[in-house]
Write a protein that binds this ligand. Structure first.
Ligand code: IPM
Ligand code: MN
Length: 373
C-alpha cells in the first residue's frame, strides 16, 4: 500500500489528475498494490477566497509522503508569479526536489514536427537542476527616488565592475541574481551520470559559460570533476543557444542532458514540442530520499477548464514516473505501453487528432491495463 498526496490545482488540473488516478489505480489492481490517495485543495480558488497559497501545516503534512501527484496551477485572475512561486516552487524548494526529470521521448504513433525523425531518434532525458540558478528568488525592483540604499549598492557594483555610472539617470532598476553551488551541481550531475550508466552512457552539459562565466564556469568544473568518476561515460559541453539548434537538427545525439534550472525550463518546452507536443511531456521533481512530486510539464490551460477536452497523457505518463519512483518498475513501464496502445487505437484527445475526452482516454488506458496488459 502506498500513500500518495494529490493536488489537482487550477484550470484543467483536476480533470487530468482524475484521469491519472484512474490509470494508477488500475495499474495497482493489475500489478498487486494499492494507492491510498489524499487530496489537497490547493490553488487559485482557495487563494482568492482565503489568501492561502500553501500553508506551513500543509507543507509539514506533505513532507510525510514519498510522492505527490500534481496537476497544474495558474489562473487568469491572479498576477503571474504568485501561484507559481507560492505553490509549485514553494514545494520544489521546501522538499529540496533537486532533480527535475524530464524525458523527451517520442512515443509510437505520435507526430513530431521534425521532418524525417521518429521514435528511434527522439529518446533522451533532460535532468534539470531544480533548486538554484535564477530561481532562488534573490532580486529587487525599485525606482531611483526610493530605497536609496539599494540604488547606491547597484551603482557601486556597476562602477566597480564596468567603470560606468549607468544608473545615475535610471528611473527604475531591477536585478535578479543566479546562484550555483558546487554541492547542488554535484548532486544533480551524479544523478545524471548514474542515469546515463543505465542508458547509452552519454551526458551532455548545458550552460552559457562563455558569458555568465562565474556561475557556469563553476558548473563546468563540477561537470568535469563528476565525469572523472564515470570513465565509461562520454561527455560534451553545449552552450544553451547551440543546444536548441541541435535538439531540432540532431535529437538522436542526446542521451542524458544535464542543465542548470533556468535553461532547463526553456529547453524542455522545446523538448516537449519535438516529442509530439506539450500534451505528452511528463516531469518528476525528485528528492531521492524525501518527498517527490510528479506533474505534466504543461500549465493549467484555463480556457479548457471543465470541458473534458485536455489531453491527460502527460499526467498519466507523470504517473508512470511516480510508480517508477515508488519502485513499481513493471507497472510503470506498462503504463507507458498502455499510453502507446491508446494512441494506436485512436483513443486520443483533439490535440492529437482524435475526438475522445480527458476522461475517456484515462478510462481506456485503465481498461487496457485491467485486461492484463
Ligand atoms: C515548469 C514551469 C515552472 C518553472 C513555472 C510554472 C514556475 O514553467 O515546470 O517548467 O518555471 O519551472
Ligand atoms: Mn517551464
Amino acid at each position: 500500500m502506498y500513500k500518495v498526496a494529490s493536488i489537482g490545482g487550477d484550470g484543467i488540473g483536476p480533470e487530468i489528475i482524475s484521469s491519472g488516478k484512474t490509470v494508477l489505480d488500475a495499474a495497482g489492481e493489475r500489478f498487486g498494490f494499492d494507492i491510498e490517495w489524499t487530496d489537497y485543495d490547493i490553488g487559485a480558488d482557495r487563494y482568492l477566497a482565503t489568501g492561502d497559497l500553501i500553508t506551513e501545516e500543509e507543507l509539514a503534512e506533505l513532507k510525510g509522503y514519498r510522492a505527490i501527484y500534481f496537476g497544474a496551477i495558474g489562473d487568469d485572475r491572479v498576477t503571474p508569479g504568485i501561484l507559481e512561486k507560492g505553490i509549485l516552487l514553494a514545494m520544489r524548494f521546501a522538499f529540496d526536489q533537486y532533480i527535475n526529470l524530464r524525458p523527451v521521448r517520442m512515443l509510437a504513433g505520435t507526430q513530431t514536427p521534425l521532418a524525417g525523425k521518429g521514435p528511434d531518434d527522439i529518446d533522451f532525458v533532460v535532468v534539470r537542476e531544480n533548486t538554484e540558478d535564477f530561481y532562488v528568488g534573490i532580486g529587487s525592483r525599485f525606482t531611483g527616488g526610493h530605497e536609496k540604499k539599494q540604488l547606491e549598492v547597484i551603482r557601486d557594483l556597476y562602477q566597480v565592475r564596468f567603470g560606468l555610472d549607468v544608473t545615475t539617470d535610471a528611473e527604475e532598476i531591477a536585478y535578479q541574481i543566479g546562484i550555483i553551488t558546487k554541492e547542488a551541481s554535484a548532486r544533480v550531475m551524479d544523478y545524471a551520470f548514474s542515469l546515463a550508466m543505465t542508458r547509452e552512457k552519454k551526458v551532455s552539459s548545458v550552460d552559457k559559460a562563455n558569458v555568465l562565466s562565474d556561475v557556469y564556469g563553476l558548473w563546468r568544473d563540477v561537470f568535469t570533476e563528476t565525469a572523472g568518476r564515470y570513465p565509461e561515460v562520454t561527455t560534451e559541453f553545449n552552450f544553451v543557444d547551440a543546444v536548441t539548434m541541435w535538439f531540432v537538427k540532431n535529437p538522436e545525439w542526446f542521451d542524458v542532458v544535464v542543465t542548470p534550472n533556468m535553461f532547463g525550463d526553456i529547453i524542455t518546452d522545446l523538448g516537449a514540442m519535438i516529442q509530439g507536443g506539450l500534451g505528452l511531456a511528463p516531469g518528476g521533481n525528485i528528492n531521492p530520499g524525501g518527498t517527490s512530486m510528479f506533474e505534466p510539464i504543461h500549465g493549467s490551460a484555463p480556457k479548457y477548464k471543465g470541458m473534458n477536452r485536455a489531453n491527460p497523457l502527460a499526467t498519466i505518463w507523470a504517473g508512470s514516473l511516480l510508480l517508477d519512483h515508488l519502485g513499481e518498475h513493471t507497472a510503470a513501464a506498462s503504463v507507458v505501453s498502455a499510453i502507446e496502445a491508446s494512441i494506436a487505437a485512436g483513443t486520443t484527445t483533439v490535440d492529437l487528432g482524435g475526438s475522445s475526452g480527458t476522461k475517456e482516454v484515462g478510462d481506456w488506458i485503465a481498461g487496457y491495463l485491467l485486461k492484463g496488459h
